[in-house]
Design a binder for this molecule. Structure first.
Ligand code: ADE
Length: 235
């Protein structure tokens, strides 16, 4: 089965190199995913090709208007009978995390909407009922980078997207812990060595050391993840 990803954006050109590079490219070549870009402006219905307007009630900035957005979503959805999970990228959304990526990787079709300007007419959210996702507590000028973050995190989880040697199963966040420190050649670099245990050939001792590193790192760096880990462990 292949995942269809539609992106509605005012800047489709931002996505070209992203879809044509590394894992997103390889996954498409393997037939695991297909990407479909739509320019929201193609659905503007006045002679100025407007997609935004000043807010009712006044205030700064411009607001993405309903008609082109609804027309674009409906036209794109008609292109394929698979039901799309609609996703709107916005700082007002739920924080995107690994478990959301895992859930989205199981869908047949995702339709991501990247807006610009101050925000969306609230009736876009009311009428299209998208899942609203934020990639973090900061404000971007548009949802495009956020859409790419979501797509990147999802596509690499599709079965077969990663090489056998770099499976996604035991990475950071798969079990809610940070990753252990990694080393590769050379053994000595500018006077900095490698922990002896990693050169010992004792696989059990290495596994124990790595787990210990993950625990102390998580505890020291991410109190929120550590608390969640402890809560799960004590349940
Ligand atoms: N659009 C603007 N800022 C955003 C954010 N932090 N997450 C998702 N979409 C956005």
């Amino acid at each position: 089965m292949s995942l269809r990803i539609d992106v509605l954006t005012l800047f489709p050109e931002l996505f070209g190199p992203f879809f044509a590079t590394s894992i997103p490219k390889r996954a498409a070549q393997k037939g695991l995913v297909s990407y479909h870009l739509t320019n929201i402006r193609d659905f503007a219905n006045d002679k100025h090709r407007s997609v935004d307007d000043a807010p009712f009630g006044g205030g700064p900035g411009m607001v993405m208007m309903c008609p082109p957005m609804f027309d674009a979503v409906e036209a794109v959805e008609r292109q394929d009978p698979a039901v799309a999970t609609r996703i709107l990228l916005t700082p007002q959304g739920r924080l995107f995390d690994q478990s959301t990526a895992e859930a989205l990787a199981k869908e047949n079709r995702l339709l991501l909407i990247a807006g610009h300007y101050e925000g969306f007419d609230e009736r876009i959210i009311e009428g299209l009922s998208p899942m609203e996702l934020s990639i973090g507590d900061y404000v971007l000028s548009g949802g495009e980078l956020a859409a790419m973050v979501v797509i990147e995190a999802v596509v690499r989880l599709l079965p077969g997207a990663l090489g056998a040697e770099d499976g996604a199963a035991n990475e950071t966040f798969a079990d809610g812990l940070l990753e252990y420190p990694q080393y590769t050649r050379p053994r000595d670099f500018r006077g900095m060595g490698v922990p002896d245990i990693l050169l010992s050939g004792n696989h059990q001792a290495i596994a124990d050391w790595r787990l210990q590193q993950r625990l102390t790192r998580t505890q020291n760096r991410r109190k929120d993840l550590w608390q969640a880990y402890e809560n799960r462990r004590l349940k």
